[in-house]
Design a protein around this ligand. Structure first.
Ligand code: LLP
Length: 411
């Protein structure tokens, strides 16, 4: 489905005109399509049918409680990276037994909380962390389920900030150390190896790096036959289309993964984040001013880098669609926010049809790493979040109030 489409030149989310959402909830606002989220999830889940598997939605991509609940009800497991995400998944009513805990810096408190929740496994990223998990499990009189996150040294061919699977990156341990850590786990009463994990990066558009990574972890696992490993966790990173790039061929990837895993005793975990929520959300913003200088046209909108950081941080290009499509000659312009930073742009050098103050724009493909990376910089309240389902709209996060911004401060 196309979650965002024009009907008589007016942009809709499912059956609801975005102009109506702007009127009702104000701008800036993140708007998500429920049907698109569920369709993205079920395409991956049903693709994997036939081999034992679990799709663990990566909470960091979009952690709104309502979205987590939606996915939990659809049968998703979860990939978390903090005590905060653990609390969210619990609040959403998800089954912790379908949850993996990744991240290079888990604290003792986070480990205790995850152990108490009964998680599926910790994806362990260093020897030091394994020691702390062992000690906390021993203190709690329990056994910690673990996987070692192997760094497969595979080139993901993506933006350097979101590439994780080479030896220069902080994530995981090399294959050689993984074997020693599994030996150590086997010798401990407080640890139980349940799986092996890797994650090579994000927004990866080619199938091959994932297959290489899977081959690498299969090779490690073959050398660990006695250790009771059940789960092969391949991480996330499945690339989507933002502009005119060819998106990852997810169907081919899944078919290839199934071919490799079928006939082995292992079960597969995937941790997609962006591929589930990315194209299901937009950032809805209103034009404040149109400003032309001799060199450049600027469209100043009521949303900026504090609401959507990706253009400033990664130079990522989100399409900009007018909420009302009008005829007229287009001209190149930068879409910029109100913050006092030169990096405060949402789009640069785009050909846009004529715009006036009051017009609405949709910053497309903002459902993943949009709201979650937002901040209060320049003391700006964060946007509302709205979920659309057919012709209904549901406010799933209120716009922050100025009081919220100052509520933890003391004079
Ligand atoms: N699993 C692990 C261990 C991860 O570190 C990540 C993402 C995922 C799964 C989900 O990756 P996805 O399927 O969403 O690509 N802020 C950046 C992306 C950072 C990704 C971090 N790790 C962006 O806006 O592009």
């Amino acid at each position: 489905m196309e979650p965002f489409a024009y009907i008589q030149n007016r942009l809709h989310c499912e059956g609801v005109p975005l102009a109506r959402i702007a009127e009702q909830f104000g701008t800036p606002a993140y708007v998500y399509s429920r049907a698109a989220i569920l369709e993205n999830f079920s395409r991956i889940q049903s693709g994997l049918a036939g081999i034992p598997s679990l799709v663990c939605y990566s909470v960091k991509a979009n952690s709104n409680l309502k979205i987590l609940r939606l996915l939990a009800q659809a049968g998703a497991g979860f990939d978390i990276v903090s005590g905060g995400e653990l609390a969210r998944v619990g609040r959403a009513g998800a089954d912790p037994g379908r949850m993996v805990f990744s991240g290079v810096g888990k604290t003792a408190e986070e480990i205790d909380a995850a152990l108490a929740s009964g998680l599926l496994m910790f994806n362990v990223e260093s020897e030091g962390e394994l020691e702390v998990i062992e000690a906390r499990a021993a203190a709690a009189g329990t056994t910690a389920p673990i996987a070692i996150r192997v760094n497969p040294d595979v080139e993901a061919e993506t933006h350097p900030y979101i590439s994780t699977g080479r030896f220069i990156h902080k994530f995981g341990v090399p294959k050689s150390s993984a074997l020693a850590l599994y030996r150590r786990a086997a010798a401990s009463k407080s640890l139980r190896a349940r799986g092996i994990a890797c994650h090579i990066g994000s927004q990866i558009l080619k199938v091959e790096p994932f297959l290489k990574a899977l081959d690498e972890i299969l090779e490690v696992v073959k050398r660990l036959e006695q250790q009771g490993i059940q789960w092969l966790d391949l991480g996330g990173g499945y690339g989507i289309r933002y502009g005119d790039e060819e998106p990852l061929d997810m169907d081919r990837l899944i078919a290839e993964l199934k071919r490799r895993v079928a006939g082995t005793p292992y079960r597969l975990i995937l941790e997609p984040g962006r591929a589930i929520v990315g194209n299901a959300g937009i950032l809805l913003t209103r034009v404040l001013y149109v400003k032309a200088t001799e060199q450049k046209n600027f469209v100043v909108v009521d949303s900026g880098m504090n609401d959507l950081l990706r253009p400033a941080l990664y130079g990522s290009e989100h399409q900009v669609w007018p909420v009302e499509r009008r005829a007229g000659p287009s001209a190149p312009a930068d879409v910029v926010g109100p913050l006092c930073e030169t990096g405060d742009f949402l789009a640069r050098d785009r050909r846009l049809a004529p715009l006036q103050p009051g017009d609405l724009l949709a910053i497309m493909t903002a459902g993943a790493y949009g709201f979650v990376l937002s901040s209060n910089y320049n003391s700006r309240p964060r946007p509302a979040e709205v979920l659309v389902s057919a012709s209904e709209t549901l406010l799933i996060r209120s716009r922050e109030r100025l009081d919220d911004l100052m509520s933890a401060e003391h004079l």
